[in-house]
Design a binder for this molecule. Structure first.
Ligand code: PMP
Ligand code: GLN
Length: 381
């Protein structure tokens, strides 16, 4: 393994999911739903397969039906207009979108400012691009970004700001004021903004607004979305990028040499999913909001300090009330102690102290599974 990927051997998600399987524990670690998305969308994928749609290499940028549906989705929810032919790119999940964007836009030694705790692939992709990660630490209990600190971190080498709202793992959702302040800094310093909005339909307090809607931002912003999150098909690996044509063209160049194209039949199905009525999106959010409260109550009753998430399907907690400090050791011992698996947020920080005692639980699981996990966690007290 080269030096760029030193220490990034196995993702924490793979490690903890393997631990859950090995110990037969309830897996509230890796974020994937235990209920598949809408039946009609699964049927649409089966139909595409049977009809021979997408069984051979689909077009590189994605099938036209899906690009049109992504463009219409951005228009319908955010009043953002993107030309489906030149300003939309289909990727193999948001993961490839992140990788292709970093590889396409960064020069060696460029600096990327990203919130920490950061989603793990950000660090790896910035490293693979030969660039340097500059963390902006989100601190408990509010996890709000300190915008003076952000300003102070911008140097002549800063090339882009990597945002994530709603934020995994903390559940923080940027406010309109924060987005405006960040946008003003990006314009002032002529920075690109890459914004990971895969949880765009899971905002429980307020509403999601893409930073690309702000003045001066459309031409400097790459927005990333994922069908895995919005439609509960994480195994299909359908994601996308929307941006102006020169940015999309750059990202497409990198994507061509990563996967060439993304899997075909699922693209037809997701094109239909993006056109589901508002009731689907509202129902999905309401359901997850209820699950958030169910698990949050259980975690509080078990003795965790719970940081209420405004979005995503994760809850970050603190284990200090148990007299424990090391989230990683805690997560490794949790299956044995009570048959539950969670994720230590400490691995998402460069600053070893900042997240040392934080543990993340996902609530995208059936109610009885969440209830059983909550009951088991009571044994920790
Ligand atoms: N970004 C964030 C913040 C995520 O949480 C995830 C998925 N867990 C991804 C990107 C990757 O999405 P995908 O599964 O579509 O590759
Ligand atoms: N995004 C999911 C999470 O945060 C996991 C995705 C993955 O395993 N790469 O848990």
């Amino acid at each position: 393994l080269n030096r760029r990927l030193d220490g990034m051997g196995t993702t924490i998600f793979a490690e903890m999911s393997a631990l859950a399987v090995r110990t037969g524990s309830i897996n509230l670690g890796q974020g994937f739903p235990d209920t598949d998305g809408p039946e009609e969308i699964r049927e649409a994928a089966v139909r595409a397969l049977r009809e021979g749609k997408g069984n051979q290499y689909p077009p590189g940028p994605g099938i036209p039906e899906l690009r049109a549906a992504i463009s219409d989705h951005q228009q319908r929810f955010y009043d953002l207009a993107f030309d489906p032919d030149s300003e939309v790119l289909v990727t193999a999940g948001a993961t490839e979108a992140i990788a292709a964007t970093m590889l396409a836009l960064l020069e060696p030694d460029d600096e990327v400012i990203a919130f920490e705790p950061f989603y793990d692939s950000y660090a790896a992709c910035i490293a693979m691009a030969g660039a340097k990660r500059v963390p902006l630490t989100l601190r408990a209990p509010s996890f709000r970004p300190d915008l003076d600190e952000l300003r102070a971190k911008i140097t002549p080498r800063t090339r882009l700001l990597l945002l994530n709202t709603p934020h995994n793992p903390t559940g923080m959702v940027l406010t309109a004021d924060e987005q405006s302040a960040i946008a003003a800094l990006a314009v002032e310093h002529d920075l690109l903004v890459v914004t990971d909005e895969v949880y765009e339909h899971l905002v429980f307090e307020g509403t999601h607004r893409p930073i690309a809607t702000l003045p001066g931002m459309r031409e400097r912003t790459v927005t990333i979305g994922s069908a895995g999150k919005t439609f509960s098909f994480t195994g299909w690996k359908v994601g996308w990028v929307t941006a102006n044509s020169s940015l999309v063209s750059a990202v497409r160049t990198a994507k061509q040499y990563l996967t060439y194209v993304s899997a075909g039949p699922f693209q037809y199905a997701i094109a239909e999913a993006l056109r589901l009525p508002d009731s689907y999106f509202d129902g999905f959010r309401a359901d997850l909001r209820r699950k958030r409260d169910l698990l949050g109550d259980g975690l509080r009753a078990a003795g965790f300090e719970v940081y209420q998430p405004q979005g995503t399907y994760f809850i970050t907690t603190d284990i200090t009330p148990f007299g424990e400090k090391d989230a990683y050791a805690f997560c490794r011992s949790l299956p044995e102690r009570c048959g539950v698996v969670a994720i230590p947020n400490s691995v998402f920080y460069d600053d070893p102290d900042a997240g040392r005692s934080q543990v993340r639980f996902t609530f995208c699981k059936k109610d009885d599974v969440l209830q059983e996990a909550a009951d088991r966690l009571q044994r920790l007290a």
